[in-house]
Design a protein. Structure first.
Length: 558
């Protein structure tokens, strides 16, 4: 007997026998639902046998037979009603358990988010992608027929999505493209570090989405609920369906604030801030200016995260302000990093370490923030040092800058596009999906082993555009991505360590060493970050102008 837990209230299973009922009772179940019609298989016990065994074991039993492949709306309603009436937890079964899982999914459609339903059934071993559209439609069979169709559909209107739309239009102006994104505002997120350091104003980092969608590109202002890649379809909230010839997936990351206990309740007050949110970056600068003495904590969660250097950028700019104002001697700084190294590319570590030493920062490696008590100003870390038993350490603070844990959005993690870890599964060179050859992905949500930065998306967008156009023309991929990413580490006001690297941590400098030596702090790199990169982002990258971003061609085999 196999017990596949869907929720605390329901588990499902393949066909059982009367002899299994006692074990079901001993496992804590109080009722059994049979979703398999009698006589479906030659070796199948009929429901009367199961019901008799259930009664003998003190369990309730109910017969709700469903023909394989024909789960009707009324069947799902009956299943939901049974779950309310029967004592729980409930054990449901059919031939494989799929019908029972499907019935639960449809019955719960009005009560739970679609991503939660898909995640619960996936964890139990059942893929509900085939009924995702019905789940989105509140558990009912959709009747709409007016679905839209586009040559290219782009999911996500962030840096990657707008850039690839613009690059596609530049290559093939007549291409019918739609961008799906519910956001009203598009943010230049790399600027938030500078807002938190008092260099930029927050408003400089935001523009309306409508002003950035390339001319001739349709904007579908709603959220994606699910994917049906076998049918070349994207299901939207409200059960509308958009069909595509080719799909680009780039919705960005989910900032999982809730994974740190107590964090959401105290963000933006009690000295708790984060440059990872537009509305909180100004609060960072407010705290930095106001802190005269005490302890300041800066945290970094386990990878992957957006811009691996951002957590320590906040530390450097804060410490530099305190240094320039004569307060540093009275402020104790801790960099609490869940990882074991200061930066993942060793060539840049000496310069960064020299600044940590300059600011007297304590490097607390293997410290992962798990809880915050804002009112008490205490932060709790799980410490997992190699060859040592995990322990929990609580530190008091006067100010704490939090980098939240990050993951793929729920609707990506539970989709057929995701790998086992929840990221869109692509070839790391061509950025084409490994299973569905008319799907590409770029930006933070795909699983290529590169740094998740806007600079990476700037290079990826032309690669994806070039390969989509080649595919439209019946050719194999022609462009490849080398893993390039860039992290301008703001080590002090007016100087930056410009880290540029590709797959495997190989350094990939964009400038001659006599102009910018990325392993050393540079004033020219600061000028690039402060004055040049914002207009390059708004006026080049998002307009399809590929300055220093022309795609690398795939070399022909010798």
């Amino acid at each position: 007997m196999q017990i596949n837990k869907v929720t605390d209230a329901l588990s499902v299973s393949p066909q059982i026998t009367a002899e299994d009922v006692a074990a079901i009772r001993d496992a804590g179940f109080r009722a059994i639902i049979c979703n398999r019609p009698d006589g479906e298989g030659a070796d199948q016990p009929n429901f009367e046998e199961i019901e008799a065994a259930a009664r003998a074991a003190g369990l309730e039993a109910r017969y709700l037979p469903v023909t394989s492949g024909m789960v009707r709306d009324e069947d799902a309603a009956a299943f939901g009603q049974a779950l309310m009436e029967l004592p729980g937890p409930v054990f449901a079964y059919c031939r494989s358990g799929t019908r029972s899982a499907t019935l639960w999914s449809l019955a719960e459609a009005k009560r739970r988010p679609v991503a939660e339903i898909l995640a619960a059934t996936k964890a139990a071993g059942y893929d509900m992608g085939g009924v995702a559209r019905r789940i989105v439609n509140g558990g009912k069979t959709p009747t709409d027929t007016g679905d839209a169709h586009f040559g290219v559909v782009i999911v996500g209107g962030g840096a990657g999505g707008i850039a690839v739309a613009a690059s596609l239009k530049a290559r093939q102006p007549d291409l019918d493209i739609a961008v799906i994104d519910p956001a009203e505002i598009h943010y230049y997120q790399p600027g938030w570090t500078m807002v938190g350091g008092g260099i930029f104003e927050a408003a400089e980092t935001a523009k309306t989405m409508g002003s950035l969608i390339p001319r001739g590109v349709h904007w579908i202002k709603t959220a994606v609920a699910a994917f049906e890649p076998k049918d070349n379809a994207v299901i939207l909230d409200g059960c509308r369906v958009v069909k595509y010839d080719r799909l680009v997936v780039c919705p960005g990351l989910k900032l999982d604030w809730a994974r740190i206990a107590g964090l959401e309740e105290t963000l933006g007050r009690n000295g708790v801030t984060s440059n990872y949110r537009y509305d909180l970056a100004p609060y960072t600068w407010e705290l930095v200016q106001g802190l005269k003495a005490g302890r300041a904590l800066f945290t970094q969660p386990p990878m992957p995260i957006k811009c691996a250097g951002a957590p320590q950028k906040a530390l450097y700019l804060s410490a530099d302000h305190w240094y320039r104002n004569g307060r540093l001697k009275d402020i104790e700084i801790h960099f609490c990093n869940a990882g074991g190294v200061l930066f993942g590319v060793k060539d840049y570590v000496p310069a960064l370490q020299s600044y940590m030493d300059r600011y007297g920062a304590n490097l607390d490696f293997f410290h992962n923030l798990v809880a915050i008590d804002g009112a008490a100003r205490k932060a709790t870390f799980e410490v997992r040092k190699p060859d040592t038993e995990p322990e929990r350490v609580t530190m008091e603070f006067d100010m704490i800058h939090v980098c939240p844990p990050q993951c793929a959005p729920d609707f990506i993690r539970v989709s057929p596009l995701a790998d086992a870890a929840g990221w869109v599964d692509v070839d790391q060179a061509t950025l084409r999906h490994k299973t569905y050859d008319n799907i590409w992905s770029l930006g933070d949500v795909m699983n290529a082993p590169n740094a998740k930065t806007a600079a990476a998306a700037r290079i990826q967008a032309p690669v994806v555009a070039e390969n989509i156009v080649a595919d439209i023309r019946g050719r194999e991929p022609v462009a490849q991505y080398d893993g390039y990413g860039s992290c301008p580490l703001t080590v002090e006001r007016g100087k930056i360590v410009l880290a540029e690297f590709g797959y495997g941590g190989v350094m990939k400098p964009s400038f001659p060493k006599f102009l910018i030596d990325g392993t050393k702090p540079s004033r020219l790199a600061w000028l690039l970050k402060e004055k040049m990169l914002p207009p390059i982002y708004w006026k080049a990258m998002l307009k399809g102008r590929e300055w220093m971003a022309r795609p690398e061609k795939i070399s022909a085999a010798p």
